[in-house]
Design a protein. Structure first.
Length: 175
């Protein structure tokens, strides 16, 4: 295959299996598929919206006790191992975009953003376990909703933007 054909090649699993990203010909570092990342963000956006609705309509169900650990696990697995095979939402996002043309982006900004996402999940769970007023919980959930919406709909990753500003990422092209 030619180099331009390989750049369009999309696989479900990385090689080696638990690599953070894909090796793309002509690129010095590993890359991650932005299309799958945006699909994952859309799924997480829906999860945050449903969580807020349940908290408003049926607060006795307390979804944060279940959603918090899931989001923390998903974010940590994505930050450490990439979208597949250990991040459940990453697997779904990758499966949803298998027929789409991949858009390859650097992994370091995404890893940074997902680490911040894990910290926000920990914050939500801590607020619930410490029984802080719901306004604090809704504040963090609202921020999660906005950040995942920006990524999924507009393709703007705030964590990636922060990474570029803080660490001067030369290969980061923030659109």
């Amino acid at each position: 295959m030619r180099t331009d054909e390989l750049k369009q090649y999309h696989t479900f699993f990385t090689s080696p299996l638990l690599a953070m990203g894909q090796t793309i010909p002509g690129e010095s570092d590993l890359r991650i598929n932005e299309t799958a990342t945006r699909a994952r963000a859309g799924l997480l956006n829906m999860l945050s919206a449903v969580t807020m609705v349940i908290l408003l309509v049926r607060p006795e169900w307390d979804p944060v006790i279940y959603v918090g650990p899931y989001v923390i696990f998903d974010m940590v697995m994505a930050a450490v191992f990439g979208l597949t095979p250990l991040s459940p939402t990453g697997v779904l996002g990758t499966a949803m975009t298998m027929k789409s043309k991949p858009v390859w982006k650097p992994i370091k900004p995404k890893r940074f953003a997902w680490s911040l996402g894990a910290a926000m999940g920990i914050t939500c769970l801590a607020f619930r376990l410490l029984e802080l007023p719901d306004i604090w919980l809704f504040s963090v959930l609202g921020i999660c909703f906005m950040l995942t919406w920006l990524e999924a709909v507009l393709g703007f990753c705030v964590g990636c933007w922060m990474h570029a500003k803080m660490f001067g990422c030369e290969v980061c092209k923030i659109d």
